[in-house]
Design a protein around this ligand. Structure first.
Ligand code: GLA
Length: 382
């Protein structure tokens, strides 16, 4: 963790930039998804936990909208009604626009943001920002939104305004997370089942930044829609891709192009695997849980094709050094690999995997340890 807490940094940024004190504040965590990748927009389950790293958003009244972030300390003006500009403030604009539609946004404001959530690492820095902003800005307008409403505001901001066709996993875990617990989220029903989880998880950042809006993610969504349409033409009456029975997979091979069948296979098997893994986790069978992680990684590498070479190397190296399991977490095409290992192996595994990566890739991976932490909360502003 960095020496200055994000709350202290956001407070001093606010006061230095706007010569006043904030009136509302909130913070929200990043997340690691243990298993269930690209299932959330297909009606399947996901199994994330929240990180200790958080994004703090402080808000105060003002005319028009201005924001400052700890990344560069530059004050920027933005217009929530304008088209997205490819800047970080798009997320704030999205949140304010959705809140405004619910009469839960003030007419203008000042916002300071500071974060310890790594950006572009598949750890949900965007949901941390959107959820914390939704809570802080709605408080500034004198509104207290329910947890469900916070999820919806952050989801619609990212999905409808910023234009990433994401599912709801990130917003749901960022809002509902409990310390020392992972959560099995069934996205079709919207149910959240906490599962005790106090194991340390190693997170290796590949150093390959992904940009969700860059197209691969939205392309996969299109492929999943096309695969579902082909299943229906072939007589399968599933509401979502995750609902296609595994027993139909072989027959459906002839019903669609091979690439769509690979996407279908990933979503169907990943859904079954995630539920089985949640069972293993709840009885603390970590070696079994690790096997599911590795199977999940192979599935995104071969069937969903959302991995990258650096992540594949990290997973293989972690397994060589005695991990229970490892996989690329988050949307993919870069980002971070999670590793679970027996506690007495963590130190040697960290140095062994780092040395392998340096030799194979030519630079060191950033690595740190995470434990399941709590979700969004209010922060005392000012
Ligand atoms: C991103 C999206 C999520 C989910 C994952 C892939 O994090 O925001 O909704 O689809 O990718 O599992």
């Amino acid at each position: 963790m960095p020496p200055t807490s994000p709350l202290r940094l956001a407070s001093s940024l606010f006061e230095a930039s706007f010569a006043s004190r904030p009136a509302a504040g909130a913070s929200a965590p990043g997340r690691v998804n243990l298993l269930g990748e690209h299932t959330d927009y297909n009606g399947g389950p996901v199994l994330p936990f929240a990180l200790p790293q958080r994004t703090v958003v402080l808000a105060g009244p003002g005319e028009g909208w201005q924001a400052v972030s700890g990344v560069d300390s530059a004050v920027v003006s933005f217009d929530p009604t304008a088209a997205p500009e490819g800047r970080w403030t798009d997320y704030l604009a999205g949140v304010i626009r959705v809140l405004d539609g619910m009469r839960a946004a003030p007419p203008g404001g000042r916002i300071a943001v500071a974060s310890t959530v790594p950006a572009g690492a598949g750890l949900s820095s965007s949901a941390a920002l959107s959820v914390a902003a939704a809570r802080a800005v709605s408080h500034l307008a004198g509104r207290r939104l329910s947890r469900e409403a916070l999820v919806e505001v952050a989801f619609h901001a990212e999905h409808d305004v910023v234009g990433v066709q994401c599912g709801r996993m990130d917003q749901m875990i960022v809002v509902h997370a409990a310390a020392r617990h992972a959560a099995l989220i069934e996205t079709a029903e919207g149910s959240v089942t906490p599962i005790p989880f106090d194991q340390p998880v190693l997170v290796f950042e590949t150093g390959v930044a992904h940009r969700l809006a860059d197209g691969e993610y939205n392309r996969r969504r299109g492929e999943c829609r096309a695969a579902l349409a082909a299943c229906r033409v072939a007589g399968v009456e599933a509401v979502d891709l995750a609902g296609v029975p595994e027993s139909e997979l072989e027959r459906l091979r002839a019903a669609m192009p091979a690439v769509l069948h690979r996407r279908l296979t990933h979503v169907v098997r990943e859904s079954a695997r995630t539920r089985a893994a949640a069972m293993a986790l709840s009885v603390r069978d970590y070696p079994k849980f690790g096997e599911y992680l590795v199977e999940g990684h192979r599935s995104i590498r071969d069937d969903f094709e959302s991995s990258c070479g650096e992540a594949d190397r990290l997973v293989e190296s972690a397994m060589r050094h005695g991990a229970w399991g490892a996989r690329l977490t988050g949307a993919g095409w870069g980002g971070a690999v999670l590793v679970m290992a027996p506690p007495d192996r963590l130190a040697s595994l960290t140095s062994g995997v780092s040395a392998d990566f340096r030799r194979e890739v030519g630079r060191g991976p950033t690595v740190w340890t995470a434990r399941a932490s709590g979700g969004v909360r209010g922060e005392r502003a000012g």
